[in-house]
Design a protein around this ligand. Structure first.
Ligand code: GRF
Length: 208
């Protein structure tokens, strides 16, 4: 069964010449918030909707705070229906931004939005990516491998975890004594700085 719960639906109006973003997240949504804040004063770009696969994902609260419509879906709806695709198409979404979204993107969504789905990963892909590599698991693996540096990767999404074409990477140094929390912090600073700007550049290229 599909449960569609779009809050602030009355606020959704498809404005001409505005690029529309849909953000997918599973958890806290600190990146989602930075992206929303970045585009608040930009008349040409709108975060139209935030989607989550968990009703308790804190990202939903963050979206509510900005009166951005949200939609929560379950596995059945996501993998066995076209409801999410239809919703995004009805909103004329130009770019789908994954920001801490942990489920694999199904083929129907990739086909409906070819090269229009991007993700951020907290390491320098192709190293330390793939199924099960998320959050502190990534940072632990980086420390165990005694890497001298780590970073972030923003990439297009295909039907495999963390394998699409790389759009942007930024690095930071791992200092002696850095623990998982410290490198997670360093990575998050880079993510918050770069993800909104990379999205803005991609949208600018799309308007040409
Ligand atoms: C980020 O580290 C991102 O690289 C990864 O998931 C995390 C999401 O963090 N894909 P937040 O929910 O945006 O705080």
């Amino acid at each position: 069964m599909c449960i569609i719960t779009v809050k602030f639906f009355k606020k959704i109006q498809v404005k001409p010449n505005v690029k529309r973003i849909a953000i997918f997240a599973s958890g806290s949504g600190s990146n989602a918030q930075k992206i929303i804040e970045h585009f608040q004063k930009n008349k040409d770009v709108e975060v139209s909707i935030v989607l989550a696969n968990r009703p308790d994902a804190y990202v939903l609260q963050r979206a509510d705070n900005f009166e951005i419509p949200t939609h929560v879906f379950d596995r059945d709806e996501f993998y066995h229906s076209d409801e999410v695709v239809k919703l995004l198409q009805s909103l004329n979404i130009d770019l789908i931004v994954l920001a801490g979204f942990l489920w694999l993107i199904p083929e129907n969504l990739i086909k409906a939005f070819p090269t229009k789905i991007i993700n951020i990963h907290p390491a320098l892909l192709p190293k330390f990516g793939g199924k099960g590599m998320y959050g502190n698991r990534v940072h632990k693996a980086v420390l165990e491998a005694a890497e001298q540096e780590s970073g972030i990767t923003i990439h297009y999404v295909n039907e495999h975890f963390d394998e699409g074409e790389i759009i942007h990477q930024s690095k930071y140094k791992i200092e002696q004594g850095d623990d998982v929390d410290m490198i997670a912090y360093k990575g998050q600073q880079l993510e918050h700085l770069h993800y909104p700007k990379v999205i803005e550049n991609l949208l600018k290229k799309m308007s040409k």
